[in-house]
Design a protein around this ligand. Structure first.
Ligand SMILES: [Zn+2]
Length: 266
């Protein structure tokens, strides 16, 4: 089996994870810019992080034969401070031409606050001006439905944004349909505790079909599983999906979406 891990925070993982992913058939890993688990105190912290994502991490992945790509932004958890967000957003353009950068992400909302929404709009503007793909993080649990609607409104109201160049991540049963109906892509995140389990993700897949959907582990510094995608592929086989159907979801779909970036080459 071959697969693409379209959402993983590898700076928080050990090299053993890279090795295990490569052994499981992973061909590329894509790392959205995210919260570090603590708030960074200054824009310089983000400059270093963007340098790590574009210079150091691709080399670490290459030692295991894996291609490493990334997305850049300020995440919604640190977007409450609008002035800091403005300074971080101003750093992003000088990194966009680096060869492993795929677009702007993971932007979105966390608590659906006014300031988060303002920073989301600033980053949609950034993506529009620089013709970048967009990867969106949606809030958790009770904030997810409202947050997803707010995010879709921002994106749909901007005529420069092509829906097929946007992926809305962490969809669940109650949000997947509105994302697909908007013409965007939907990501299902496989988490051991919150978000989707493999069984729930496959139920969604069997109901909504396998177009414009992908699976990811979103593994980070918390409880998460870097092998969640290949484990879910096994569960698909166990449920009777043929090999081509499995490969479509775990390899062909992410390849098609990410391939819209000229930087994504396997
Ligand atoms: Zn993430």
């Amino acid at each position: 089996m071959r697969y693409i891990e379209p959402h993983a925070h590898m700076v928080s993982r050990v090299t053993d994870d890279y090795e295990r992913m490569a052994l499981a058939g992973c061909e590329a890993v894509c790392e959205p810019a995210f919260w570090a688990g603590f708030d960074r105190s200054a824009p310089e912290g983000f400059f270093d992080y963007f340098s790590q994502l574009t210079e150091h991490e691709p080399k670490r992945a290459a030692k295991f034969g894996l291609k490493h790509f990334c997305w850049l932004c300020i995440n919604s958890k640190e977007a409450e401070d609008v002035k800091l967000a403005e300074e971080v957003i101003a750093l992003v353009p000088k990194f966009l031409n680096r060869p492993n950068v795929l677009g702007i992400g993971e932007i979105g909302l966390n608590k659906n606050s006014r300031n988060e929404l303002k920073v989301l709009e600033m980053q949609v503007e950034l993506a529009a001006v620089h013709s970048q793909l967009i990867l969106v993080h949606t809030p958790h649990l009770e904030d997810k439905l409202k947050g997803t609607k707010l995010i879709l409104d921002v994106l749909k109201n901007d005529r420069r944004i092509q829906p097929a160049r946007v992926i809305i991540d962490h969809v669940e049963e109650h949000t997947v349909e509105m994302v697909l109906d908007a013409g965007m892509w939907a990501g299902m995140t496989l988490y051991p505790e919150t978000k989707c389990t493999p069984a729930r993700a496959l139920d969604i897949l069997e109901i909504y079909g396998n177009e414009r959907l992908w699976l990811n582990s979103a593994c980070d510094w918390g409880v998460s599983d870097p092998l969640a995608v290949p484990k879910t592929a096994l569960e698909m086989k166990r449920r009777g999906h043929v090999a081509a159907a499995v490969e479509k979801v775990v390899f062909e779909n992410p390849k098609a979406f990410l391939g819209q970036s000229e930087h994504f080459r396997l």
